[in-house]
Ligand binder design. Sequence first.
Ligand code: SF4
Ligand code: SF4
Length: 547
Amino acid sequence: METMRLNDVTANDLPWKIKYDASRCTMCGSCVATCSFKAIVPKVERRRMVFSEGNFPEPKARFSAVPVIRQTKSVRDYCRGCGMCEKVCPNDAIKPERNPDTRHPIITRCLGGDSIKRGGRKNLEGSTRTLDTIRVGRISQMTDPSLDAQRHTFDLLAPFGRILPPKKLPFTPDADQQLVTQELTPPVNWVYPVIIGDMSIGALSWRMWEGVAMAVAYLNEECGMPVRMCSGEGGVPVRLLKSKYLKYMILQIASGHFGWNRIANAMPHMVEDPAGILIKIGQGAKPGDGGLLMAQKVAEHIQAIRGVPKADLLSPPNHQGLYSIEESVQKMFLSFNSAFKFRVPVAIKVAASATSVSVFNNLVRDPYNIVGGFFLDGIDGGTGAAHEVSLDHTGHPIVSKLRDCYLAAVTQGRQGQIPLWAAGGLGKTGDLAADAFKMIALGANGVFTGKLILQMAGCIGNDLGRCNACNTGLCPAGITTQEPQLAHRLDPEKVAQNIVNYYLAMDQELKKLMAPIGNSSLPVGRSDALVSTDHAVADRLQIQHVC
Ligand code: SF4
Ligand code: SF4
């Protein structure tokens, strides 16, 4: 008998157990070849068979070597439950099963002496989502007529840029009573109210990024929907910077300033202005933390775009020279405004936190009208890589924080001047139109989304610990990897098609929600349209309670 080694890792210590039926397996090898995590391996098992051939029992033993598939028992190469092996097995011989007895969080820390890192989004079991307790309750059928969602013309446009109140517009009538402008007004782009959130070309595979960019171009040029995509921190390929498609891109700058050398060098060659600049101060999934791109994902083209060697790329938690967000933002706004000659709106993205309303308040009161948008990202936002402890335990839900910002602006009579954009777990149930509509009625001008875009492309990760290995560079779906053989699992054209179709469906659904409340433009702040079945939610958000 072997000595029992108490600290050896067994399948029962891991988050997923592989269920394997040797009697169905033909040893084709597809599952092992598919598993990017090396979580299953072919093995040979020694089997003993006892048989008796004569008329009377005369047991004999025969030994044979049987090839089988076995789960790797390692805290490094462990099964993520991605289900790719199940997908490729022609005989339904293998599948992962969630292990409720897992000791993985403990043994990983004990054996590694390092914090756990992963991608995805918050994995702690949530209670009912706030947005799911809210319904669109004010249907205007009797008092004023609902609209026809199929035939009415709707205006689904949201501002990206500072909106001046009428009294501040520098217009004066000339001798012919025509309005003339005396001075520059802040640039504003009117865009589709669902922006594709900031996912960098390092976090995403080049094929995924290409698919998203193709979808955006198609939505704009063939469907007439002015959808914009944010580059994320990490630069943009020079070919795109010099192309006419730049007008659909929002360029992001974050604390690492990755990729901006190339952007600055490409400026004289740009034939179009970008749709906007987004200064990222923080991210809802891991507030207080900078970006993180693990070395295994820093492929050659990423090194070229970012101008870095192959190494872990950690962005600092703060922008350099930061004394206050307001001061730093002001400096950066001025730089960008002058770089793009005041033609490109500049907005800021912060993580929802106990203090984000104060920051918003200060920006709303800024007399120079430099801030062209306030992007607020909540705790349920996704990320390509983070320390698990930050992902699970830091952050702020988006709904009440967005509402607080809107009501703070209302109190000052300045709502709408700095457009509010919200994100963080929106579309988590698969229905982004409903979440977007509710956030808009609570005061957002629009929303942005990232993780849902990955799911449209085929990401199989979820909030219950499935996959979430985006940080490893081994994405089994080819979405967040730079390994050529994995990236080639993804068909960029299929990605583009899925995103376009989702947007077309969502567009119809948004209209289906706007029509009954009688709005042909976005119902920003129309919280009278909402009711909540939860007393505490209704009180907190100042909407009607129903039961
Ligand atoms: S479920 Fe995914 S990670 Fe687990 S063995 Fe199968 S392919 Fe590998
Ligand atoms: S499928 Fe890829 S993108 Fe989705 S959770 Fe897994 S590693 Fe991340």
